[in-house]
Design a binder for this molecule. Structure first.
Ligand code: DGL
Length: 285
């Protein structure tokens, strides 16, 4: 009897989403680590920012987006947003069969592995801090580690408006670094996918002070690579393809940030209408 062979490659796309440009940091890491994977990125600009919103609201947005991505025949979905991971990961895994990866657990594990003094600081949006999901995830990995969670909501707007290298970012990060080093943290988790875009300013503000910085974009890409391998979902050795970009409202600086991160211009984003106009009342972008 002929053996049933597993397929050599699975060329279906990986779906990735965030409220705005932040998840592009995860997308870029996925692309450089897994160049032959097809990637479809959706930015929910109609509802940006997620950080100050109610958890149930963010959960509903995330579930609708995942439903759309599943409809595009994605083989795996990455919630490239800490706020949406905190609000929706559990509900999404209950509702959809497709493997869904969030950004909190990979960063929490990396922080626990990195800390030498058992003191980890996490900066995030208000929604992520209020959910306490980082505290749970870090203490799940090692209950002996202390966690200081700080919400730094203004940084998201600063990044989204293209001012990551500006004086406001430096002033806010300076105050954050003083507070967390004063508390004694030796490890800092960037608990918002917008924050890796502030890395240059952060390094300047640190000015040689020792702090291990955990970037959830890198740790999430590592986890996705492992999940694809374990579940035999990898695309194999195909050619490298640029991501496809979708947005839920007209973009402003989106393409510039995408080009900056990828080092080349990406295809123009396509606007998808996932909600009727009544739902987007109150959106800020
Ligand atoms: N980038 C997102 C996060 O990781 C959210 C930013 C926002 O929309 O407030 O939490």
């Amino acid at each position: 009897m002929a053996a049933i062979l597993a397929p050599m490659s699975d060329t279906r796309p990986i779906g990735v989403f965030d409220s705005g440009v932040g998840g592009l940091t995860v997308l870029q890491q996925l692309h450089s680590r897994l160049p032959s994977e097809r990637l479809t990125y959706l930015a929910d600009l109609a509802h940006f920012p997620y950080g100050p919103r109610y958890q149930h609201e963010v959960r509903d947005f995330a579930l609708r987006i995942i439903d759309h991505l599943v409809g595009l025949d994605t083989k795996l979905v990455v919630v490239a947003c800490n706020t949406a991971t905190a609000a929706a990961l559990g509900a999404a895994r209950e509702r959809f069969d497709v493997p869904i990866v969030g950004v909190i657990a990979p960063g929490a594990q990396a922080a626990v592995d990195a800390t030498e003094n058992g003191r980890v600081a996490v900066i995030s949006t208000e929604g992520t801090r209020a959910s306490q999901e980082y505290v749970h995830a870090i203490k799940e990995a090692n209950p002996g580690v202390g966690v200081l969670g700080l919400a730094v909501p203004d940084l998201v707007d600063i990044v989204e408006s293209g001012e990551a290298d500006g004086p406001r970012a430096a002033a806010i990060l300076g105050a954050v670094v003083d507070e967390i080093t004063g508390w004694g943290a030796d490890t800092l988790v960037l608990g918002c996918t917008h924050y890796p875009l502030l890395r240059t300013t952060l390094d300047r503000v640190l000015d040689g002070r020792h702090l291990t910085v955990i970037d959830s974009a890198e740790t999430t890409a590592t986890r996705v690579a492992r999940i694809l391998a374990v579940n035999r979902l990898g695309a194999g050795d195909g050619p490298s393809t640029l991501p496809e970009l979708l947005v839920t409202a007209q973009p402003r600086r989106f393409s510039d940030t995408a080009a900056l991160l990828f080092g080349e211009a990406l295809p123009q984003p396509t606007v998808v209408a996932l909600w009727d106009s009544a739902t987007v009342v109150g959106a800020t972008s």
